[in-house]
Design a protein around this ligand. Structure first.
Ligand code: CNA
Length: 273
């Protein structure tokens, strides 16, 4: 399970990191509150701030991080059951992870729809992108309502794929890795409790998050609710460093470094620039 923290080293700000997170840097939009930029009610009234931000963060301008390629490596080793991400930056797809193995729990820029209540016409990513980069608000050619990328805003339901795969996947999971998320957004945050009671859970994050307030609800790193249930571990720090550390212990470090390097070479990118 992943969140915005696995993409910060690619240069995409997360929401809640103090100082660098998006929520501390939205003053120019004059919003009633920071979450408004991703709220469906506010978007219907004033879509411009979202589209300005979408242009800045648009997928395709960033290189996946070591953390994304660690997940790709798990796939190559036949160890990845599924990658549940809250991210909308499409960097998992860019890293070459099989889309069948990805659940984009908060949607993505990959498709878009008219938000007219009766219309719901689908639009391609390319069509929406053209508008965004011309600083135009995309509007439906049939009903003139706003067209919005299929990312899940506050006030909207999660994609059906999330609920369809969740039950079976989490019942089959034998190690849950959670990286780069504050675990504050529901229902995503609570699914850590859907794995079996003895399945080890590893949190890799800059800070401890998602901790138990009651037995069986959240991480219990210190065994507060009984040593027999002590199956949670926390690695503090950057997810890229932690992924490199684990890859090293597993004897995969060269493969991990090579995966990212060959992606960069294939794309003809020069990261020194
Ligand atoms: P968040 O609430 O901003 O939390 C991010 C967490 O990651 C924090 O606890 C940070 O301490 C931690 N963190 C930041 N950088 C690193 C790093 N390099 N290594 C390890 N930990 C790090 O973001 P969440 O994902 O928890 O919140 C869910 C929202 C954020 C979803 O709805 C996303 O769509 C949304 N979002 C996505 C992106 C993206 O697609 N890249 C960017 C910003 C926000």
């Amino acid at each position: 399970m992943a969140g915005a923290g696995i993409s910060t080293d690619a240069g995409i700000p997360d929401f809640r990191s103090p100082g660098t997170g998006l929520y501390d840097n939205l003053q120019k939009f004059n919003l009633p509150h920071p979450e408004a930029i991703f709220s469906i009610d506010y978007f219907r009234r004033n879509p411009k701030p979202f589209y300005v931000l979408a242009k800045e963060l648009y997928p395709g301008q960033y290189v996946p991080t070591q953390s994304h390629f660690f997940v790709k490596l798990l796939e190559q080793k036949g160890l990845l059951l599924r990658h549940y991400t809250q991210n909308i930056d499409c960097l998992e797809r860019t890293a070459g992870i099989d889309p069948e193995l990805i659940v984009e729990a908060h949607g993505s820029f990959h498709t878009a729809h008219c938000i007219g209540r009766k219309c719901r016409q689908e639009y391609s990513q390319a069509w929406v992108k053209e508008h965004i980069f011309r600083d135009e608000i995309p509007r439906c050619s049939s009903c003139d309502s706003l067209v919005k990328p299929d990312i899940t805003f506050f006030g909207e339901g999660l994609p059906s794929r999330f609920f369809e795969l969740l039950v079976e996947d989490f019942a089959r999971c034998d190690l849950l890795i959670v990286m780069g998320t504050s675990l504050l957004v529901q229902p995503f945050a609570s699914i850590i409790d859907h794995v079996g009671p003895h399945v080890p859970r590893l949190l890799i994050n800059r800070m401890r998050v998602g901790e138990s307030k009651a037995p069986g609800a959240g991480f219990d790193f210190d065994g507060r609710f009984g040593k027999s249930l002590h199956r949670d571990a926390f690695v503090a720090g950057d997810s890229d460093e932690a992924c490199a550390l684990f890859a090293g212990h597993l004897g995969w470090l060269d493969e991990l470094v090579e995966l990212r390097a060959s992606h960069i070479a294939k794309q003809g990118l020069d990261l020194a620039k």
